[in-house]
Design a protein around this ligand. Structure first.
Ligand SMILES: Cc1cc2nc3c(=O)[nH]c(=O)nc-3n(C[C@H](O)[C@H](O)[C@H](O)COP(=O)(O)O)c2cc1C
Length: 212
């Protein structure tokens, strides 16, 4: 079941005056999975930054997300609580069947089927630095999957540990610095102590990716 079409009666979407906080995106950095790509859908974890009333992303050059946003100037932020999906979308391409499409600004925009909620943003005022693209975000359409939204997990240190380990894994891949391996091992023990089955699967996959 695709889960997001308003016709099925279990899902809601709104297109004007989207209140970001009611979709869980608040002051600070919200770790969501960003979907982009009108021709070929892509997903990757990216922080949505809300600071001093401004909402923006910082996208490192060379990623698919960076290329898609530079070209298409739209992105969707998917609120996801699945640690395995965070690891998979960091290091691998997701299956096309994992995406749904919502009509917005005359586009058919990809979102993730398993998201609890999603917000499509228009990206404006794009600024390139040496290493990154910074883009301001204006929410244009949002929705939530009522079934997923009703079963939100409570904070879990194991889930957070997977996020931390995955961030350090991307840094390790970039730099090869030993300090990141130590951090990854630290967060792995936390994930295995506090996490459930999905956190353990996520860490196993992360270790495989790094050849540990
Ligand atoms: C929790 C988390 C947050 C991340 N935040 C960002 C971010 O804000 N900006 C960014 O460019 N990359 C971020 N990354 C790294 C990207 O997800 C990673 O480079 C990914 O491989 C890019 O995939 P893509 O080429 O499909 O876009 C983050 C990774 C994780 C695990």
């Amino acid at each position: 079941m695709t889960g997001f079409s308003p016709e099925c009666g279990k899902n809601r979407s709104e297109s004007s005056a989207v209140d970001l906080s009611s979709f869980g995106i608040r002051e600070g950095i919200s770790e969501t999975i960003i979907s982009t790509g009108l021709e070929s859908p892509n997903a990757a974890p990216i922080g949505i930054i809300v600071k001093g009333g401004r909402t923006f992303v910082r996208l490192f050059k060379g990623t698919h997300t960076w290329a898609n946003v530079s070209k298409e100037k739209h992105l969707a932020s998917n609120i996801v609580y699945d640690p395995l999906l965070f690891v998979r979308s960091t290091f691998f391409d997701l299956e096309p069947s994992e995406f749904d499409y919502v009509p917005v600004h005359g586009l058919s925009f990809p979102i993730l089927k398993t998201a609890s909620a999603w917000v499509v943003f228009e990206c404006t005022d794009l600024k390139n630095t040496d290493h990154a693209l910074v883009a301001d975000l204006t929410p244009i359409k949002a929705g939530f999957n009522e079934a997923n939204w009703k079963s939100l997990p409570v904070p879990n240190r194991g889930f957070n540990a997977v996020l931390e380990a995955t961030v350090h894994a991307t840094r390790y891949q970039l730099t090869g610095e030993e300090k990141y391996l130590e951090l990854i091992r630290h967060y792995e023990s936390l994930a295995s102590k506090c996490g459930g089955e999905n956190e353990k699967k996520a860490m196993k996959l992360l270790y495989e990716v790094l050849g540990l």
